[in-house]
Design a protein around this ligand. Sequence first.
Ligand SMILES: [Zn+2]
Length: 143
Amino acid sequence: MADAPDSLFEGRTFFDNEEFSSFLRKRQEIGEVWVKDAGGVSIAAANKKIQDPNKHFRTDFVVQYANFKCLHGGKHVPTAKDRNKGSKKFGCPCTLQISANRQENALVVTKYNPEHNHELVSVALEYALAVCAFSTPKIATAH
Ligand SMILES: [Zn+2]
């Protein structure tokens, strides 16, 4: 399984953010939906702090590092508003972190917890929501 092109494991590398994003879309087809979590630093912000331009990260990494959690991760705190909607948060412990790595010249999976506490079921709406979230990463919009 570790050899499958769509497998996810710590140390897996991606050429750039585009390859990583399309990989995430493939995972969504099997029902594993990652959403961006708190933290993370954009390449623009990281390069700003590096005086020597020769040591800058490639800008197509987009992120120096970024954290993701399962769509069903996080604790659900019910509010009056979503009482009727139902929640997708089951407190799933799955997490994923990628980091830009100059030695590898790649984005590297630096943390991965694969243990979902729920079934992986592909749902069209979740797919659409996640694609939307990945195409406009808020930490990558800084100029
Ligand atoms: Zn999960």
